[in-house]
Ligand binder design. Structure first.
Ligand code: PMP
Length: 309
């Protein structure tokens, strides 16, 4: 599920396309000294008519602006400027054979302890195979999601991923590809880079963001798809033990898409459970343009940005 580490030829920085090796930050800036940034991971898919379309771009922009507001990072980019930057770098690197995932980050390049803060929009984009995600083994981590008064999950900032990194390393030693983090109350928060879906007695449950999850764009989309398929979908707190007796489990997010879970802490689960498998199949039919759904928002890259293809 994770994007393999790649070193693309170009990145976007300081308002233009630059060579990968020139995309560097100064060691003195707060982006480096305090890991100060906010970011969004965005995904684009080829459809079967040969159009490349980025999904939910405006929603990602709005969440980026909200994260920046919470950390008091000025974001002078309008949506149109943000979109143009995304189109430029994706248009530069895109090939017909593969989809793309891009990280759009506001790195704080000037200022000190909240005074004189300025950021730069930096974008890196990576190729992704056009395949459906494979089912994975997952565990519950001993690391906890921070609370809203410590490091709010609502802010998509790199420092929020330290627990996720520790949890993934813990998971690796237990043969798990990803891990679920609990909140300070011992209830389910989210996975390291995605939200949790649980099926019990033909109802899909997911914890609300106030349990310590990012306000996920994919989750809203999956909820809309589930409702269009007449599957009951409920947001409510989820206990740790419910995960262990669930009929089906999955995780979802922009990068994860919808990954079914084969086992949790060594307890086997139905890998092709009926609800999450049909939701995953629907998800891919819709993003690939084989079916339409009013919940999907698309930004097709204009041909002018695709000179290399
Ligand atoms: N939680 C975390 C910690 C994430 O990093 C992500 C991925 N952005 C998600 C949930 C899912 O959010 P989205 O569906 O908006 O990508």
């Amino acid at each position: 599920m994770a994007t393999k580490l790649q070193k693309p030829e170009f990145a976007y920085m300081a308002g233009k396309i630059v060579n990968w090796d020139d995309a560097v930050l100064h060691i003195g800036c707060e982006a480096v000294t305090r890991g100060l940034n906010v970011f969004e991971g965005i995904k684009g898919y080829w459809n079967n008519r040969g159009e490349f379309r980025i999904v939910f771009l405006e929603k990602h922009y709005k969440r980026l602006v909200r994260s920046a507001r919470l950390l008091r990072i000025p974001c002078p980019w309008t949506f149109e400027q943000y979109q143009d930057a995304v189109f430029q770098i994706i248009g530069k690197l895109l090939t017909k054979e593969r989809d793309m995932w891009a990280r759009t980050t506001l790195y704080v390049t000037e200022g000190h302890w909240g005074e004189g803060t300025k950021a730069d929009l930096i974008i890196t984009a990576y190729h992704q195979d056009k395949v459906m995600p494979e089912p994975i083994h997952i565990g519950v981590s001993t690391w906890q999601r921070a609370t809203d008064s410590a490091l709010p999950a609502r802010i998509k900032t790199s420092s929020n991923y330290q627990m996720g990194r520790l949890a993934r390393m813990e998971g690796r030693s237990r043969n798990c590809s990803d891990m679920i983090l609990l909140n300070s109350q011992g209830r389910v928060a989210e996975a390291t880079g995605s939200c949790v879906l649980m099926v019990r007695d033909n109802v899909i449950y997911t914890p609300p963001a106030s349990e310590g999850a990012l306000e996920s764009i994919t989750l809203d989309f999956i909820e809309a798809l589930a409702k269009s398929m007449k599957m009951p979908f409920v947001r409510r707190p989820v206990d740790h033990t419910e995960l262990l007796i669930a009929d089906e489990l999955g995780i979802c997010g922009t990068l994860a898409e919808l990954v079914p879970i084969i086992s949790i802490d060594g307890l086997p689960l139905h890998p092709n459970g009926p609800l999450l498998t049909s939701l995953r199949d629907k998800f891919f039919r819709v993003v690939r343009g084989e079916e339409t759904d009013p919940a999907l928002e698309l930004s097709p890259i204009p041909l002018t940005f695709l000179k290399n293809i």
